[in-house]
Design a protein around this ligand. Structure first.
Ligand code: FES
Ligand SMILES: [Fe+2]
Length: 341
């Protein structure tokens, strides 16, 4: 079976983490290779972040070499000023006129990360943090991997790896569809491994635990232990067909005041350490992986088949298609030309 993800520059339309917020200071411009294409991220002086296609809509100059002035990005070649919504205007005296529009991605900044919606309009609600309680949120971890963006989500559907990679014995496993088109994987596992963390967990009386993972798009996992409220957001950005950048933040229930606060902070530190230890086992195993789900494998495993069907049903797009489409940029172009007329 041919795998469309390995040969194409198209990716599912969904929310993706692009950068850690700390990588994009006020007034800074950063070129980012993502979705087998090139983007530029910048932050205006008011603190708002914008993400656009990287080459200027006027004549293709590299906007990563531009400068931020106020809340506009100025192209290095003919000095077109581009605002946060992508609208261009030539400000030099010889050409005081509106310019073309730069394709601009919907952006949201949460959990210390800059997210982009890969598409013209967000087609789905933002997958929310599942807890209403006040929670701690760690600083984001980020690392580039030599594997495709979908390898991490695939993990939740690969039941065999729980024992071979994590030393966990699954005692129950279930999948349900979520309203927003996502999937919820729920499993319970017994801690049977010999790692230091597993030994510590058993020594503290934790023999098994249940996890709930909400999977959105092909790249976004919201993982949670329903009993403790601890969890993690694990999401990847496709760099190209065989490289991805993994982002992780951990969550934990916040304590009250005084001793309670101290206990909550300590508990969160231990939970974060355990979650990262668990994920590092995955990272070691999937680095260098070229995902292959052939017909025989899919025929023999209905859970993997469900994942494959979910992934293939997602609407795809590419940087080139977004850059060239009428949509958002076209509407902006109309607004600008009306204004000039
Ligand atoms: S190439 Fe950017 S303004 Fe001309
Ligand atoms: Fe795993």
């Amino acid at each position: 079976m041919s795998d469309p993800m390995s040969v194409t520059t198209e990716y599912p339309q969904a929310w993706y983490p692009l950068l850690r917020s700390g990588e994009l200071r006020r007034g800074k411009v950063v070129g980012v290779r993502a979705f087998s294409g090139e983007l530029v991220a910048w932050r205006g002086q008011d603190g708002q972040a914008a993400v656009m296609t990287r080459h200027c809509a006027h004549m293709g100059a590299d906007l990563a070499r531009g400068v931020v002035t106020g809340n506009e990005l100025v192209c290095p070649l003919h000095r077109m000023h581009i605002d946060l919504s992508g609208r261009g205007r030539f400000a030099v005296a010889s050409r005081p006129e509106p310019g073309p529009c730069q394709f601009t991605f919907p952006v949201d900044e949460r959990y210390g990360m800059v997210f982009v919606y890969f598409g013209a309009q967000p087609g789905a609600e933002w997958p929310s943090h599942p807890s209403d309680e006040p929670y701690y949120c760690s600083r984001p971890f980020a690392r580039v991997f030599d594997t495709s963006f979908d390898a991490v989500c695939l993990n939740s559907f690969d039941r065999d790896h729980f024992s071979t990679v994590h030393g966990r014995e699954l005692s129950s496993y279930g999948i349900e569809k979520l309203d927003a088109g996502g999937l919820r994987v729920t499993f319970r596992s017994r801690i049977a491994g010999t790692s230091f963390v597993d030994k510590v967990m058993r020594a503290t009386g934790i023999r098994d635990f249940g996890i709930e993972v909400d999977v959105h798009g092909g790249n976004f996992n919201m993982m949670r232990n329903p009993r403790t409220g601890a969890g993690a957001l694990i999401a990847t950005l496709p760099v190209d067909a065989s490289h991805s950048r993994l982002f992780v933040v951990t969550f934990g229930k916040r304590g009250g005041r005084g001793i309670d606060w101290l206990a909550g902070s300590l508990r969160f530190a231990v939970q974060s350490w355990a979650v990262m230890h668990f994920l590092r086992q995955d990272m070691r195993a999937i680095d260098g992986m070229r995902v292959r789900l052939d017909a025989a494998l899919l025929a023999s495993d209905p859970i993997l088949r469900l994942w494959d069907e979910h992934l293939r049903a997602l609407p795809l797009t590419s940087v080139a298609r977004l850059q060239g489409r009428g949509g958002r940029a076209g509407q902006l172009a109309m607004v600008v030309s009306n204004a000039s007329g």
